[in-house]
Design a protein around this ligand. Structure first.
Ligand code: CA
Length: 725
């Protein structure tokens, strides 16, 4: 179409030149004419554009910039010498104060980002001015079947369309120019607790999308949809269904031999909620597969078994979804050790030989290097403290487990990493210049214990783990000791030697994703509201910016008019923030999420925004019996902790129940907890999960907590003293 237009232009200029009485007829060089006529039509973003992303280093066309997801920018105008002059060029207010995990896409001067509740924004990448926004009007009550905040990790772009997944399980295509909806398909069974938080990837015109829900009880899968029509092309399940129903393919038949019992009744888990990568030369798509559902393997698959493909990296053919190979990081996983963490493909030298590798640092604390053609394990080494295994047996490729780590009973089994992982979804980065992988690593321990009398809830968490056992202690000495154990760092890891090169200790765990650049700068945001630049070779801090709220998202770099920009989205949130953010100081507050863009020589300033205030209602006196309060503590841990925080102390992302006016009014409390009065705000009805006595016991427990000596004053005091300016 465009090539034809060029031909017409050429013809008309020929005519006009002739008409204007040019002294001689213009002679068009045949070679030039051929080149123009053969020039490919500008197709926007397609397979060739993404495969050749290094030819347009100023753009950021897919989630990890390239199909190998290295999150390395070839731009080097901002370098170790001048990064100190970086300043705020513009900021865009996303208007929400929940976790922001988006990686922006930048194409043709436009930036596409997502905020909470799946609202998509198209921004002028030069100024941050909004071009359009799209609100998919998600069912906000789905927030209650999301483990880890109402987050989204970004959109995909392809052939003039923007694609986004929603927390209510839809995949939506938008017109990139106008934001108009082109199609909208449901990718999940909404009677089950599925949700989508991940960014779609697009390979060969197929939009690839997974889902989450393995904390609640689902069967994981990845689906491929036609980018033009929205028609589903294939679906790959990651765990087998009920054998009585027959198997979808030979891979499922093979996987079923590694399961016992009636795992399908709770789905089995294995959700594909985040990572993918693609090798166009091998034509292999790689996906990271999540944890078991329920976590507790004795409930999920009595008698054990590897439970394929939980906690695995699986290679598929993108045309058909056919299984090619897998590597399982944690056979028979029982700790929520997902292998959904960021997958990076690279060509590196190992023992003097070039190898085409796949690298992952999943939750379980080991850094894996695989041959990406075959899935052969090349090396594995722990990059963080690990108690559940002593290493990986290179003969079998299996972890050498610590037998006591399988929490066999109700006595708490204290393990590192915990379910939040030594590395969670926060993207890492590989710099081909330094040969290092930069990992946002954490140390967050957890005490695993059997949930007594486990019963499947029709909604709500179904892990088979007693969360009260894993609850943080509240006496001051233990609390301080545990606080000291909670760590977070930026770790520069040499994947060829499997050793740390340098690390930077942060204020606490749960820090942002990482970007490395050809300027030999590594960028990362932190839980304590800073965005900083480090020397890629040494880890020396080169620049620092106060972002007002914690950063968990990953930065990107792009170029316009010859100028390099660095963007990161700010907005504290996610699982750690929700669960522990009220009781362990995080150095961060829930403030408005923003898109922040920096450039050399700029000096813009952020408007000050007060954290969302919650009126502090004085709690009524605690008059319930010890038995009722104890029952309430158990029910709170099972149903409420994951959103409202340990000991009813929220980080501010959700209402702090200790201050809730509902505490003083049993009828109001019931209207919210059982009747769904705040469904539209994301608080679903627990009717059918809790009875009236259960809801009332939780109220008694929260009242008791609000009156107890482990009250807000102590935690607010330490949060205040430990917070960095
Ligand atoms: Ca999980």
């Amino acid at each position: 179409m465009k090539a034809a237009a060029i031909r017409i232009l050429f013809a008309s200029s020929f005519v006009s030149l002739t008409a204007c009485g040019a002294p001689t007829a213009p002679s068009i060089d045949d070679a030039v004419l051929r080149a123009f006529n053969a020039a490919p039509a500008p197709t926007g973003v397609d397979a060739a554009a993404i495969i050749n992303a290094d030819a347009t280093p100023g753009e950021w066309l897919t989630h990890g910039r390239t199909y190998d997801e290295q999150r390395y920018s070839p731009l080097g105008a901002i370098n170790t010498d001048n990064v100190k002059d970086l300043g705020l060029a513009w900021s865009f207010d996303l208007g929400v104060s929940r976790g922001i995990e988006t990686t922006p896409i930048v194409h043709d001067g436009v930036m596409y980002v997502t905020g909470s509740w799946n609202i998509v924004h198209a921004l002028d990448a030069r100024t941050g001015a909004e071009i359009w926004s799209f609100d998919p009007q998600v069912d906000r009550s789905r927030a209650s079947v999301m483990c880890c905040d109402i987050v989204n990790r970004g959109v995909a772009i392809w052939d003039g369309k923007i694609f986004t997944g929603t927390i209510d399980g839809r995949l939506i295509a938008l017109d990139a120019k106008s934001g108009a909806k082109l199609w909208d398909v449901l990718t999940v069974d909404l009677t089950k607790p599925y949700s989508i938080t991940g960014a779609p990837r697009i390979v060969k015109g197929k939009v690839l999308i997974g889902n989450g829900g393995a904390e609640f009880g689902v069967r994981g899968y990845l689906s491929a949809y036609d980018a033009d029509s929205g028609d589903m092309l294939w679906r790959f399940h990651t765990v087998p269904g009920n054998p009585a129903d027959g198997f979808e393919n030979a891979a499922m038949e093979m996987a079923a031999k590694t399961w016992n019992g009636e795992w399908w009744k709770l789905g089995g888990g294995g959700t594909v909620w985040d990572s993918m990568a693609y090798d166009p030369a091998l034509d292999l798509l790689y996906i990271g597969v999540g944890n078991g559902s329920p976590w507790n393997q004795r409930l999920r698959s009595p008698g054990g078994g590897d439970n394929l493909f939980l906690s695995s990296i699986v290679a598929l053919k993108p045309d058909t979804g056919a299984y090619v190979w897998h590597y399982q990081t944690t056979p028979g996983e029982t700790w929520d050790y997902t292998a959904t963490q960021h997958i990076i493909l690279a060509d590196i030298e190992i023992d003097g030989a070039p190898r085409k590798v796949l690298m992952q640092a999943p939750k379980n604390g080991f850094f894996y290097v695989l041959d990406r053609a075959t899935g052969e394990l090349l090396s594995a080494k722990n990059f963080a403290p690990v108690t559940w295994a002593t290493g990986v047996d290179m003969k079998t490729g299996r972890p050498i487990e610590n037998p006591a780590a399988r929490w066999p009973g109700s006595a708490p089994s204290f393990q590192l990493p915990g379910p939040l992982g030594a590395h969670n979804w926060h993207p890492m980065s590989f710099s081909p210049r330094t040969g290092l992988v930069y990992i946002p690593a954490s140390e967050i321990p957890f005490a695993f214990a059997d949930q007594p009398d486990f019963k499947v809830k029709k909604s709500g968490w179904n892990t088979g783990a007693e969360f009260l056992a894993g609850s943080l202690p509240t006496d001051e000495a233990t609390h301080k000791a545990l606080r000291a154990m909670m760590k977070g760092r930026l770790l520069a890891w040499d994947p060829a030697k499997q050793e740390a090169r340098w690390s930077v200790e942060h204020f606490g765990p749960w820090n942002g994703g990482v970007l490395s650049t050809a300027g030999d700068v590594v960028f990362q945001g932190t839980s304590d509201a800073h965005f900083a630049a480090y020397d890629a070779a040494s880890g020396g801090k080169l620049w620092d910016y106060f972002t007002q709220t914690g950063v968990v998202a990953a930065p990107i770099a792009y170029e316009l008019d010859g100028e390099e920009y660095v963007t990161v989205a700010s907005g504290w949130g996610g699982a750690y923030a929700l669960i522990a953010g009220g009781i362990i100081p995080t150095g961060s507050e829930a403030k408005v999420g923003r898109v922040l863009t920096f450039r050399l020589g700029s000096s813009g300033e952020l408007p000050q925004i007060a954290p969302p205030a919650q009126a502090k209602a004085a709690p009524p006196p605690s008059t319930a019996s010890a038995e009722t309060i104890a029952a309430g503590a158990l029910a709170y841990a099972a149903n409420c902790t994951v959103c409202h925080g340990e000991h009813a102390m929220s980080s501010g992302l959700t209402p702090n129940l200790r201050y809730s006016p509902l505490l003083a009014d049993a009828a109001l409390w019931k209207s919210v907890v059982l009747d769904g009065a705040r469904k539209e705000l994301g608080m679903m009805s627990f009717n059918g999960i809790l009875d009236e006595a259960g809801a009332e016991a939780i109220r008694a427990y929260v009242i008791n907590e609000a009156n107890s000596n482990r009250d807000a004053a102590y935690y607010e005091a330490i949060a205040g003293t430990e917070k960095k300016p």
